[in-house]
Design a protein around this ligand. Structure first.
Ligand code: FES
Length: 573
């Protein structure tokens, strides 16, 4: 029956026995003609479309264009849904469910007659979740991002997704914006489907996917509703079929050199701190030896080239108009591994040959960067023995070396209850500390790390303070914010022992985060605190609490690390 009996999908469709009948007849019930079972590549279109993930709400439309490309190249497309993760709606944190979705993706791919996969992602966690799941199976896989929403506008000014919310809410709390104006701005920020228009986590991950060679050129910046994204979808489907013919598996492309390129480009674009925890988790699925310190050392000397919010002032539509990621890759030149293989079957350098900017101020040159040394700084010290991170390009430069007394919030409820209390003993030199917001503590490591500046200080004109937590921070946020402190307070990290008034030293150039409390006192406080029991709430949350790793290793579930392959499971009947 088949010209390609060894193709994976032929384990389902190639037989003339009872099971072959079942498998073919099931698809024929959807109108699939018999000739489609001739051994052609079967391409899964893994879709995170959901009305609960508004940033991905156009992915049903894009899937149609992917399918056209698959048909054009002689394949059979089969679209399937996986759980989605919407940053704007989901509680307590999309991050808690990233690993769950990765399991959905992995098991659905392996359990079905697929030879290759197109991964449709958009909102922040959907990208790493799909990559992690697909990597653990390791079929030929290619990603298509949903693209950014149009530029937000309000009262003649641009309104950046996420970043604008934080800035306006601070104005409300400072009394300089009315609640009515604030609500009125809601319709101005996301003007179309698509992910945040800033260099937030979604745009960062879409950019890094393009740089790692896991998507076609142009993936990151074409706006969600631009016709060229449909063309990209069509070409992505077409290429997926070719990848199956070439047996170009995900792990052939996703190698350490590709991840090193991603780390360098993340610095050049002012990318999200969330890239750290996601790249660590993705790398762990294919066995790439990557550690937290690599994010600092590999990006050493990489300048900030892209002038986008939150590190700069433009938005993703401007970045697309300036030439996008291909121009950044060429501007970085030999700072990248240009010979890294990509899903096109060509190298990264070959993919972007001839891509030059037109002199747009959005993408600066290496000779005239926005900032000399960009990237993520990895901090260590007695407050973060396993590391913590800060994004210097998004912080006030004067606060990168700072010493001040701690103002401690035991958890997020404590913070909400007291942060705007006029009696709170805090000034601009204080260091705000939040506990209980790590992977286990919250649970799910939410984007609470950019603690609000106390209202009385906002009214006094304070715009940034040193803040420290075991939480993450939205890629659209900014400030002198130390994140991902490991071990987290709920796992017994020293962060749990900090008390009001303790002096804390932050020294980013020296990569140091130090609590000025001696070891004897810390040991005494640890005894006072006593043993902490892990809650047992049941369900997925319990599985998560028992198995989630700390931020410095990617916050994956320990039993999900590694590649389990694409062997065909036993038949079901
Ligand atoms: Fe979905 Fe920002 S909220 S990408």
């Amino acid at each position: 029956m088949s010209e390609n009996p060894t193709r994976r999908s032929q384990a389902w469709f190639g037989g003339t026995d009872k099971m072959g009948f079942f498998h073919r007849s099931g698809l024929k019930a959807m109108g699939v003609p018999d000739r489609m079972f001739d051994g052609r590549p079967v391409i899964g279109i893994c879709n995170t479309w959901s009305q609960l993930a508004p940033c991905n709400a156009h992915l049903r439309d894009l899937a149609e264009y992917v399918a056209r490309g698959v048909y054009e190249a002689g394949g059979l497309p089969l679209e399937f849904p996986v759980a989605s993760l919407g940053e704007t709606l989901m509680r307590p944190s999309t991050m808690m469910y990233r690993n769950l979705v990765s399991m959905d993706v992995e098991e659905t791919i392996r359990a079905n007659p697929l030879d290759g996969v197109v991964l449709l992602a958009g909102c922040d966690k959907t990208t790493p979740a799909l990559l992690m799941g697909a990597a653990s199976v390791d079929l030929p896989s290619i990603m298509l991002s949903g693209g950014p929403t149009l530029t937000g506008r309000r009262n003649g000014a641009q309104l950046p997704s996420g970043t604008g919310t934080y800035a306006m809410y601070d104005q409300v709390r400072a009394g300089t914006m009315s609640p009515e104006e604030f609500v009125g701005a809601e319709v101005c920020m996301w003007r179309s489907n698509g992910s945040c228009n800033t260099m937030g986590t979604a745009s960062t991950m879409a950019s890094l996917v393009e740089v790692m060679g896991l998507a076609l050129t142009g993936n990151a910046a074409i706006p969600a509703v631009d016709a060229r994204r449909r063309t990209l979808a069509h070409d992505t489907g077409r290429r997926a079929v070719e990848m199956v013919h070439e047996n170009l598996t995900l792990s052939t492309v996703l190698v350490r050199r590709a991840v090193e390129n991603a780390i360098r480009v993340n610095a050049a674009i002012g990318g999200s701190t969330n890239a750290v925890v996601h790249l660590l988790a993705v790398a762990g699925r294919v066995g790439i030896d990557l550690c937290l310190d690599d994010f600092d050392s590999i990006a050493t000397g990489v300048p900030l080239l892209v002038d986008l919010v939150p590190s700069g002032k433009y938005l993703m539509e401007d970045f697309f108009d300036a030439g996008g990621i291909p121009v950044v890759i060429n501007e970085l030149g030999e700072l990248l591994h240009r010979d890294a293989l990509t899903v096109t079957g060509r190298t990264l350098g070959e993919n972007v040959a001839g891509a030059t900017g037109w002199g747009s101020p959005v993408i600066r040159t290496v000779d005239d960067p926005l900032r000399e040394n960009a990237g993520i700084a990895v901090l260590r010290g007695n407050l973060a023995p396993d590391g913590a991170i800060i994004k210097p390009s998004a912080a006030t430069a004067e606060l990168l070396v700072h010493r001040g007394p701690a103002v401690v919030f035991e958890d997020i409820d404590d913070l909400h209850a007291r942060i705007d209390d006029p009696e709170l003993d805090v000034d601009a030199d204080s260091v705000l500390v939040l506990k209980g917001a790590g992977p286990k503590g919250y649970p799910g490591m939410p984007e609470m790390g950019n603690l609000p500046i106390p209202a009385k200080l906002l009214r006094a004109g304070v715009t940034d303070m040193v803040r420290i937590s075991d939480a993450r921070m939205s890629g659209t946020a900014f400030g002198a914010v130390v994140l991902h402190v490991a071990p987290e307070s709920a796992a017994g990290g020293p962060l749990a022992l900090v008390r009001d008034g303790d002096l804390i030293q932050l020294d980013v150039p020296a990569r140091r985060l130090h609590l000025e409390v001696d070891d004897t006192e810390l040991a005494r406080r640890r005894i006072d605190r006593g043993e902490q029991k892990t809650p047992e709430p049941g369900g997925y949350t319990q599985l998560y609490l028992q198995h989630v790793t700390q931020a410095d290793t990617g916050a994956d579930l320990d039993f999900l690390r590694g590649r389990r392959g694409s062997d065909v499971p036993r038949a079901s009947h």
